[in-house]
Design a protein around this ligand. Structure first.
Ligand SMILES: C[S@@+](CC[C@H](N)C(=O)[O-])C[C@H]1O[C@@H](n2cnc3c(N)ncnc32)[C@H](O)[C@@H]1O
Length: 202
């Protein structure tokens, strides 16, 4: 096992894909954020879902609202599930840190996935977000508390890594790479205490 626990995240989800599917809360507690996000996506627009998991409930909601989805996840078992549930969408096994799809999307989200990257990898994602976002496209991601930090906590018997920058740092990254932070909340109780960022490509 790597000393840099961020390098173990993909193996963590490889090992626990089935358990994640069993225990992932699918009541759509994210709905209010997804609706704010979708308010900036044109009808039938194409959304890039980074770290899409098994596609429920988030991609499922977007597809149900008439949007197209391209989902990327590093764990093959997750993508197999997405293909089984939503065969008409595009599902790709891949590492979000390495994507270069040569296509721009009407919206990008990285819900509960971006926060598993270490600080360097998170910082490097902002140019990737920019490359893949049309002007006006919203960007939605979750992070951690309002201070720079990293944590490794046990889940299902294995260590799981998270990292976060401060709000000021995220706002600065967004600005530098052509996004404006439109809404932000720490400890959103409706969302299980998550920190959420919604930005728009300007
Ligand atoms: C907590 S799950 C969230 C899944 C989904 N977004 C959801 O809200 O249900 C984190 C997901 O991110 C994926 N992931 C973690 N690091 C990744 C990376 N570097 N590239 C692509 N996917 C990654 C994992 O395989 C896992 O499916």
């Amino acid at each position: 096992m790597s000393e840099d626990f961020s390098e173990n995240v993909i193996d963590f989800y490889r090992k626990h894909a089935e358990r994640f599917e069993e225990e992932r809360n699918c009541e759509l507690f994210e709905k209010s954020w997804l609706d704010k996000f979708l308010a900036s996506v044109p009808e039938g627009g194409h959304v890039l879902d980074l770290g899409c998991g098994f596609g429920k409930p988030i991609a499922e909601y977007l597809i149900g609202q008439g949007y197209r989805v391209t989902g990327i996840d590093a764990v093959p078992a997750m993508i197999e599930k997405c293909r089984e549930f939503f065969p008409d969408e595009e599902w790709v096994v891949g590492d979000m840190r390495e994507i270069a799809l040569e296509k721009k999307f009407d919206g990008i989200l990285a819900w509960d996935s971006f926060f598993h990257l270490n600080h360097t990898d998170q910082a490097n994602m902002f140019p990737t977000f920019k490359e893949h976002a049309k002007v006006g496209a919203p960007l939605l991601f979750t992070a951690g508390p309002d201070e720079r930090g990293r944590s490794v906590n046990p889940l299902w018997g294995d260590p799981l890594f998270h990292a976060t920058f401060s709000k000021e740092a995220y706002v600065a990254f967004l600005k530098k790479y052509g996004f404006e932070c439109e809404d932000q909340r720490f400890n959103d109780e409706e969302c299980g205490g998550r920190a959420v960022y919604l930005a728009k490509r300007v």
